[in-house]
Design a protein. Structure first.
Length: 255
């Protein structure tokens, strides 16, 4: 199932590319992702003296939903966000809660009791913050954001299979046109483009870590044409598969 998460940076900065949208987060801004999104990520600020340091916390949707039912929960500060990813302002109370969560590692006997309490506080800080409405939408059972999240969850597990948009829309109880509209609004891409991103990223991983050739990787992720795979791979990653993988390996060896 989809897992909303929040990412914080203690040192450095990172850029996340989602379609044509770019999100930069650093020590003053967090990144919240309401659904799984295929993205391109780049660390844009780091050095040997000050390496990039960050953390990611997966949010418990049941806890989010339970807090939303509390009538005393204040409303979030900002207007509704349409994307499934956004950056928000890092506040003192939010940093303080994360620091106390990390400090539990010094005495692991405290974790079972105190970790759930602190994570609940973090969820509260996010719900009442400037990106709280995005989190509320995705946690609301039956909401359009929740329906698209379920479709994304299905795509993640079935991206190698042929995609019929009508069937996927039916799975999440939406009309095809409404599904298309809200999917693009949330993810900045169409369902077919989303599937393509999943396929290409998985093929890149297979070639890099399992040393498959391009044709085998293409067929493993669902492509029926190796030439089409190479064209789409080059458009996404800026180079044909073999050249791109060799570049990644050389960069890794140099590092």
């Amino acid at each position: 199932m989809y897992e909303p998460s929040v990412c914080l940076v203690a040192q450095g900065a990172k850029r996340v590319q989602l379609g044509d949208d770019s999100f930069v987060y650093d020590a003053n801004h967090f990144l919240i992702t309401a659904v799984h999104l295929p993205t391109l990520v780049q660390i844009i600020e780091a050095s040997p003296e000050k390496p990039y340091l960050g953390l990611r916390l997966t949010l418990d949707l049941r806890e989010v939903s339970q807090l939303m039912l509390d009538s005393s929960l204040p409303q979030p500060r900002a207007q509704r966000s349409s994307r499934g990813m956004a950056t928000g302002e890092v506040t003192g109370p939010l940093v303080n809660a994360f620091q106390r969560l990390i400090d539990l590692l010094d005495d692991e006997t405290d974790i079972p009791i105190l970790s759930p309490v602190i994570q609940k506080e973090i969820i509260y800080r996010l719900l009442v913050g400037d990106q709280g409405d995005r989190l509320r939408q995705i946690a609301s059972t039956g909401s359009q954001g929740n329906q698209i999240a379920r479709a994304i969850d299905w795509l993640k597990g079935n991206f190698t299979s042929p995609l019929r948009i009508d069937d996927l829309a039916t799975k999440v109880n939406m009309s095809t046109s409404t599904f298309h509209h809200h999917f693009r609004t949330l993810t900045a891409m169409s369902p077919l483009q989303y599937q393509k991103m999943l396929r290409l990223n998985e093929a890149r991983r297979l070639m890099l870590t399992e040393r498959l050739d391009a044709t085998t990787a293409a067929f493993n992720v669902g492509y029926e044409s190796a030439s089409q795979f190479c064209r789409e791979y080059g458009r996404l990653f800026g180079a044909p598969p073999l050249r791109d993988i060799n570049r990644l390996r050389q960069t890794s060896a140099a590092a």
